[in-house]
Design a protein around this ligand. Structure first.
Ligand code: TRP
Ligand code: SF4
Length: 327
């Protein structure tokens, strides 16, 4: 199966990114042909006014991918903007995309309401899902590991692929499927969705001190007001972290202690801390190593860009022929 996924270059990643997507990337790169892209053009759809952070954010993000175990020997790791064929297919697919599909896109409606500090009433932002569809379709992607928030975009991708195939009476593009990671969802320290802009995230690059501070400040079961009150792990932000990081018997011990009030939240957090740190340690180490080799990341991207370009070129030639645009 062909797998395509990407992330906007937002800089250092947090554990929500890991369990929301990278976890799946690592599984798929073992057995499938994978394309993982830095969606730098997507970053521009809302942040075109100041693009100066893109290089450093790309560097930081790719370092995190590699530190987590994304393997450039197995997967093609590349930059969207360096494969210009994306731009051509984007243009062509835009002809096949009815405005209604974009107007109805829930992410678009939501962000237009929520984003008030930037002007996003531009064509590029409106066309965001078409650009994303292009990323997947140009590699004939069949599976797209993403977080749940991307499902509407995948739906639009499928519709564009279907419409293109129908109108051209071809089967050039497969209809890709979203591949979601299993729950439980990792929440931020304040109980909202983990997100850099909320300042509630635990980064893959956080040192032991800051992880400790963050875990200590994390809100738990809001109904457990006093130490003597029994708690409910299933209504607690912290418990999903135990599910990810603590061994099964510890999880059971915590559940038991919490629901009978024999364990307090402070102790519960103390048990979690070394488990998170054990998991983060090898990532921190690889990160440090890569930070000392800035050329390494550049080389990996350069090779990835070339490999991606080859596949993208062959698709675009096929599309040109189909649309009678060949020279
Ligand atoms: N829109 C995705 C996000 O914000 C990033 C993305 C860009 C992507 N191109 C993609 C995801 C292609 C999957 C496939 O997370
Ligand atoms: Fe959450 Fe642990 Fe407190 Fe229970 S004891 S509410 S699981 S932090």
């Amino acid at each position: 199966m062909r797998i395509v996924s990407g992330m906007r270059p937002t800089g250092k990643l947090h554990i929500g990114h890991y369990f929301g997507a990278i976890d799946n990337w690592l599984r798929f790169q073992k057995e499938h042909e994978c394309f993982f892209l830095v969606a730098d053009w997507h970053a521009l759809t809302s942040d075109y006014q100041d693009t100066s952070d893109i290089p450093s954010h790309t560097q930081e993000m790719v370092i995190d991918w590699l530190a987590c175990g994304v393997d450039p020997e197995k997967a093609i790791v590349f930059q969207q903007s360096q494969v210009k064929e994306h731009a051509e297919l984007y243009l062509l697919l835009s002809m096949f995309t009815p405005l209604g599909w974009l107007e109805r896109n829930p992410t678009f409606k939501e962000q237009k309401q929520q984003i008030t500090d930037k002007d996003i009433s531009n064509l590029g932002f409106f066309g965001y899902p078409v650009l994303q569809a292009t990323d997947v379709m140009i590699y004939k992607g069949q599976g797209v590991p993403v977080g749940k928030d991307q499902v509407p975009h995948l739906e639009i991708t499928r519709e564009i692929a279907r419409r293109f195939n129908n109108l051209t009476k071809t089967e050039i593009f497969p209809e890709p499927e979203a591949i979601l990671t299993e729950t439980p969802k990792i929440m931020g320290t304040d109980g909202r969705k983990m997100s850099k802009s909320y300042h509630n995230s635990i980064s893959l690059s956080d040192d032991e001190n800051s992880v400790e501070k963050k875990i200590k400040s994390m809100v738990t079961d809001s109904n457990r007001l006093r130490r003597d009150d029994p708690g409910n792990p299933d209504a607690c932000n912290l418990f999903p972290l135990h599910k990810k990081y603590s061994p099964m018997d510890t999880q059971q011990e915590v559940r038991q202690g919490c629901t009978t009030a024999s364990m307090g939240c402070v102790d519960c957090k103390k048990i979690l801390l070394p488990n998170i740190n054990n998991w983060l340690n090898p990532i921190r180490e690889k990160r440090l190593d890569l930070e000392n080799k800035p050329n390494r990341v550049r080389e990996i991207l350069h090779t990835g860009n070339q490999k991606a370009r080859q596949v993208a070129t062959s698709t675009i030639e096929e599309v040109r022929k189909t649309l009678h645009l060949a020279s």
